[in-house]
Design a protein. Sequence first.
Length: 253
Amino acid sequence: MIFAADNLHGLNPVVSDAMKKLDPRPIVDLVARIQKSGAGMIDVNPGYLPKRSEDRMRFLIETIQEATSVQLILDSPSPRLIEIGLSVCREKPIINSISLEKAKLCGILPLAIEHECELVILLMDESSFSPPSVEEKISLALEINDHCAASGLPLEKLIFDPVLPSLSWDDSWRRIGEAVNAVRLLSTGAVFDQPVKTMVGLSNLRSGSKRYQSLDIDLTSLAMLCGAGLDYALVDAFEPRILSTIDLINKTE
């Protein structure tokens, strides 16, 4: 299982301040710490940027690439920001993401096709709702794949994300189990004619609730997901217990 560092995002005060000042030094320092963690990828999420500040995406990508050759994940709901990122990427990135939402199918899917990039598929419907049951998740996987195939992006380029819930949701525990089931079905080839790649954003679980939710929940969920065949996880690369768990999982695979 390969992990991607999710620390480089616009909600991180270090990143937002560096973007505002166009100061590369804090970004370079963050990247050095991420590299030291052993991350195989870096998720680059600039957050919301008004049109006058879209050049910050270019600044981020160029600065990161001066410090590392690790593969990048361009993470934004904005086709324009994804396009800017693609224009300066030296190596082919992963695009994160589309769902059944029309704006993403029309705006981001064509970019993945044009640049022949792998594309993360969030198993969410046209209203950005993530259904709770594994049956509904698999139905979305099939439907979104149909859109991709019809547009010319093959199954081999898709990475399916069953979308982990926030633990603040009433049915979060059931949703975690159904996400594990979805990963198992997708990774074993039970859904398509072949196994497909899967990814989760582990930090979704305790988003906004880290002060009163135990890290053990992340670690247990990660172990179950990896046991089901998970390929990629977006994680906090600065959390030692997550790193040691990943190391243990990869040693036993």
